[in-house]
Design a protein. Structure first.
Length: 657
C-alpha cells in the first residue's frame, strides 16, 4: 500500500521542521514527568536501570540486551493484511497487529468497512528466518460480525476487527502469536526519544525501522484533532499503514497512520518536493514511488487517544456492544486481565508453539475419528476393473512415484473402492486421478442421503483435506465455503449392480480422497464438469453404455493457496466408451475453474484466458505427467488434431457417434 499522507499548512510543516532541529525542551514539571516516565518503563516488563534514565536525558544511547529479544517477541504479533477489491482481481496490502488474543488493529484506510474485511485476510510469519529463508506463513480470516469498530481516516484512522481463532489451513491457533497491550496511560514516550516501527512495507516481508525515528512532537494544545497524534522524524518515511510504533521498552505508543511531505505553495498551488530536490504539483504525486518523495515526518495516532475513542464508541453502542471490545477495555484498564497475562506488561507472549500445535493436532484427530471407519470396512474392495471393457485398459502410470501416498495392505498404493480406484498425492493432499467403471445396463438411482464424508484410514490422515478446508468462511455466500466438496468420481457413476453393491458404491464416493476443491459455481454448472460427462455418456440412443472415466486436477507450479491448500485451476477428464460393435473410442477434455475464483482471498488471483477445450490424450499426458494405455491413446477421436475450444456441449466431437 502506498504511504498515506497527511495534508498540513505551511505553518504547521514549519513547526515540525523546527521541532526536528531543536534540542529537548524541559517540561514545566520535569520532576513529575520523569517520575511518570520511569513508572511506564517499570510497568512495561522490560525493567529499568540508570542507563535507561541517562538515555532518556539524552546522555546515552545504550540499550539493554533484552531489547533485541523483546523485539522478536513483539514482532510475532505483527502481520500483513490484504484487502482485495470488489472484483477480486487485485487489492492492497497494509500492516496490522494483535491487541488481544482475538483482535487486530490497523488503519481505517486499510480496512474501511465490514465488506472490505470479509474479502480480506491477515497473514502472520511472512518474514525471513535467521538463515534468510522465508518462514511458512499462516493466513487467518477476519470475522467482522463478531467485532468491528472504526474511526475514519480523517479522524483517528483506525479499525479494530475480530480474527478467526485458527489459521485457514487449520494448523495454527491465533493465540500462539501473543498480543501487544494498548496501554492507555500517558508518558510512554517523550519528545527527542526514539521510536521503533515493525512493518510490512509495500506488503512485502516483515521489516523493522530502528533509525531516523526521533519523536519531534506529541499532540497539540490548540488543535483537538492534532492533539491525538504524534510525529517522528524520518528521511524516507516508507513505513506501512497500520504498523505499531514502539518506545524503547516495546510499549505501543502509536498506530502508524501517515507521512507529512515537504511542501510549499507557489502561485496558490501546493507543490511537493522529491528527494532529488525537484518540485511537483501535488496532483502528480501518484506518479512517483514513496522512495522518490521527500518526507519531513511520520505521523502516528496516539495509543491513549485510540483507547479513549474506543471507550466512547463502546459506551454509545448500548445493547450492540461487542464482547471482544469489552474484554479489551477491561484488560487495558486493569479491571479483568486477559488470561495468562501479567498486569501492564506491554508484550503478552503467545502460548508455547509446540504445545499449541500438539493440542490442536489432538483436537483434529479427535474430530477425524468421528468420521473414520475401521480398516476392515474396506475388506474385499476390488476397485477399478482393468478388463471391464473386454480388453486390458488399466490405470494410468504416474511419473512422480515418490509423491504417491502409501496405502496400507497394497503393493501398488492404489485406493480401491466399489467400482472405482484412486491414486493419491501426499504433497498436494488430493488425488492424482480417479478412475471408475460405469455399466449403464445395471445402474440404479439412489437418493443422495446425508452427505457424510469420511477419511480413509488406509493412508496418512494428515494428508487428507476435510471439513477444516471446505467449511463456511467469512465472505462466502450464506453459510457456504468458497469451494464445494466436489466429487471426482460422480456419486451415481459407480452405483450399479445389486442393491447391496449399489448402496456400498454410493457411500464409497463420500471419501475425502475422492474430493477435490472445486469452486461452487464451477462444480454446480451443469454445462461444465458434470454436464460434460452426462452429455458424452447419455446423449445417444444407446442407453446401456459401458465406459471407463478417468479424471483429476492438473497440478501447476503457479497454483495459488487457499487455507494452505494449492488450488488447481484446471481439471481433466478422459472418457473411454465401447459401442454396440465392441469398438473402443476415447476423448480427452480440460475444463477451467479460474473464471469463478475472483472473490477468493488468494494472494494472487489465478488469471489467464477462461477456456474449456477438447484436447488429445497425448497432450494431456504432457500436462499431467500421466501415461495412459496405448489403447486409450490410439482410440482418441481427436488424435493428431489441434485443441478444440468448447463454447457449449454441442461443440464436442462425440466419441459415440
Amino acid at each position: 500500500m502506498k504511504t498515506f499522507t497527511s495534508d498540513y499548512s505551511e505553518d504547521f510543516a514549519s513547526e515540525l521542521r523546527s521541532s526536528k532541529a531543536s534540542a529537548r525542551i524541559p517540561r514545566e514539571d520535569a520532576v513529575m514527568d520523569l517520575a511518570k516516565r520511569v513508572g511506564q518503563m517499570t510497568d512495561s516488563g522490560a525493567g529499568v536501570t540508570r542507563i535507561d534514565l541517562e538515555r532518556y536525558m539524552g546522555r546515552n544511547d545504550l540499550l539493554r540486551i533484552n531489547y533485541l529479544q523483546r523485539g522478536v517477541n513483539a514482532a510475532r504479533a505483527v502481520c500483513r493484511i490484504y484487502i482485495p477489491d470488489l472484483f477480486g482481481a487485485q487489492g492492497e496490502w497494509g500492516t496490522g497487529f494483535l491487541i488481544t488474543p482475538r483482535l487486530i488493529i490497523t488503519n481505517n484506510h486499510v480496512i474501511k468497512d465490514k465488506a472490505a474485511a470479509a474479502r480480506g485476510f491477515a497473514e502472520f510469519d511472512f518474514e525471513a528466518d535467521v538463515n534468510g529463508r522465508m518462514k511458512s506463513s499462516k493466513t487467518f480470516s477476519f470475522l467482522p460480525d463478531e467485532c468491528f469498530i472504526t474511526s475514519g481516516e480523517d479522524l483517528l484512522d483506525f479499525t479494530i476487527i475480530a480474527v478467526a481463532d485458527q489459521s485457514e489451513d487449520g494448523s495454527v491457533l491465533l493465540e500462539s502469536f501473543g498480543f501487544l497491550r494498548m496501554i492507555p496511560a500517558l508518558n510512554k514516550i517523550d519528545e527527542k526519544e526514539f521510536v521503533t516501527i515493525i512493518q510490512h512495507p509495500g506488503g512485502g516481508e516483515k521489516y523493522i525501522a530502528v533509525r531516523e525515528n526521533e519523536v519531534i512532537k506529541i499532540g497539540d494544545a490548540i488543535d483537538p484533532l492534532k492533539d491525538k497524534r504524534l510525529w517522528y522524524s524520518s528521511d524516507t518515511a516508507t513505513g506501512s499503514s497500520g504498523a505499531p510504533v514502539f518506545n524503547d521498552q516495546w510499549q505501543v505508543v502509536a498506530l502508524h497512520h501517515s507521512s507529512v511531505t515537504e511542501s510549499r505553495i507557489v502561485d496558490g498551488k501546493k507543490q511537493i518536493q522529491l528527494n532529488d530536490g525537484s518540485w511537483v504539483d501535488e496532483n502528480e504525486l501518484a506518479k512517483f514511488s514513496d522512495e522518490a518523495i521527500k518526507y519531513i515526518a511520520n505521523e502516528g495516532i496516539r495509543t491513549s487517544k485510540i483507547i479513549e475513542e474506543i471507550s466512547m464508541q463502546h459506551a454509545a453502542a448500548g445493547e450492540d456492544r461487542f464482547m471482544l471490545i469489552q474484554q479489551l477495555l477491561d484488560d487495558v484498564n486493569g479491571v479483568i486481565l486477559i488470561s495468562g497475562s501479567k498486569p501492564k506488561e506491554s508484550i503478552v507472549p503467545g502460548k508455547d508453539l509446540a504445545q499449541t500445535a500438539s493440542s490442536f493436532e489432538k483436537a483434529l484427530a479427535a474430530k477425524a475419528k468421528g468420521n473414520l471407519r475401521d480398516k476392515t470396512y474396506y475388506t474385499g474392495r476390488t476397485g477399478f476393473d482393468d478388463n471391464f471393457l473386454g480388453m486390458n485398459i488399466g490405470l494410468p502410470l504416474i511419473k512422480d512415484t515418490n509423491d504417491i501416498a502409501v496405502v496400507d495392505g497394497t503393493k501398488d498404493n492404489v485406493l480401491r473402492y466399489t467400482h472405482y480406484s484412486i491414486v493419491y498425492s501426499k504433497t498436494r493432499k488430493m488425488a492424482f486421478y480417479a478412475a471408475v467403471n460405469i455399466d449403464g445396463s445395471k445402474s440404479n438411482s439412489l437418493n443422495r442421503g446425508t452427505d457424510k464424508w469420511f477419511k480413509d484410514p488406509r493412508i496418512d490422515l494428515s494428508i487428507q483435506v476435510g471439513d477444516e478446508f471446505y467449511s463456511s468462511e467469512p465472505g462466502s455466500l450464506g453459510n457456504k465455503g468458497y469451494f464445494d466438496r466436489g466429487h471426482l468420481v460422480r456419486r451415481l457413476d459407480p452405483v450399479w449392480g445389486d442393491e447391496k453393491t449399489s448402496i456400498l458404491a454410493n457411500d464409497d464416493t463420500f471419501h475425502w480422497t475422492n474430493c477435490s476443491p472445486q469452486y461452487w459455481q464451477f462444480n454446480q454448472g451443469q454445462d461444465l464438469w458434470q454436464g460434460l460427462e452426462n452429455y458424452i455418456l447419455y446423449n445417444t440412443d444407446e442407453e446401456d453404455v459401458m465406459a471407463n472415466v478417468y479424471n483429476g486436477p492438473i497440478f501447476s507450479d503457479d497454483d495459488q493457496k487457499h487455507r494452505g491448500i494449492l488450488i488447481p485451476k484446471y481439471f481433466w477428464k478422459v472418457v473411454v466408451v465401447k459401442d454396440k460393435n465392441a469398438r473402443i473410442f476415447s476423448s480427452a477434455y480440460v475444463v477451467d475453474q479460474s473464471k469463478w475464483a475472483t472473490n477468493i482471498p488468494f494472494e494472487i488471483i489465478p488469471t489467464g484466458d477462461f477456456n474449456h477445450f477438447q484436447t488429445t490424450v497425448e497432450k494431456l499426458e504432457k500436462q499431467t505427467g500421466l501415461t495412459f494405455s496405448d489403447i486409450i491413446r490410439n482410440s482418441d477421436v481427436r488424435k493428431n488434431k489441434a485443441d478444440k475450444n468448447l463454447r457449449s456441449l454441442s461443440d464436442i466431437d462425440h466419441p459415440r457417434r
